[in-house]
Design a protein. Structure first.
Length: 130
């Protein structure tokens, strides 16, 4: 077995007071393989600047300046991250999303009778308001 020793022992990282480390599931669950280079840069930026809940209010102009991106590149990168489920965005708020699987709401199923469309819509609307 190879012993791992820091290459630079004086710079061993520790958990900072602010939250901003990347989740290893980005690689293990293959999210990173679905990211373009600009999308990966945007994700790294958002993880770094977001709070513990993953929220950030950085605007397009500020992001484009810091990442040397034009507007089309930013839009494409943002769409890429939204599509693969790494971020949510509702201008002006970004949210870096948890990589934990989304828990599905329990759907009430009656063995006595099939659900009507009305029942299905009521359950769907109820889940939307939870």
């Amino acid at each position: 077995m190879v012993s791992k020793q820091p290459v630079s022992p004086q710079r061993v990282r520790s958990v900072p007071k602010q939250f901003s480390w990347l989740d290893h599931r980005l690689v293990h669950d293959r999210y990173i393989e679905q990211c373009s280079h600009p999308a990966a840069a945007l994700y790294l930026f958002l993880v770094t600047v977001s709070d513990a809940k993953g929220l950030s209010f950085y605007g397009d102009d500020s992001i484009m300046t810091r990442l040397s991106m034009d507007f089309t590149t930013l839009e494409t990168a943002r769409a890429n991250l939204i599509h693969i489920g790494l971020i949510a965005w509702k201008k002006p708020l970004y949210q870096v999303l948890s990589l934990d699987p989304v828990r599905q709401q329990n759907v009430r199923v009656s063995m006595d009778r099939p659900l009507s469309l009305k029942d299905i819509f009521q359950q769907a609307m109820g889940a939307a308001h939870d």
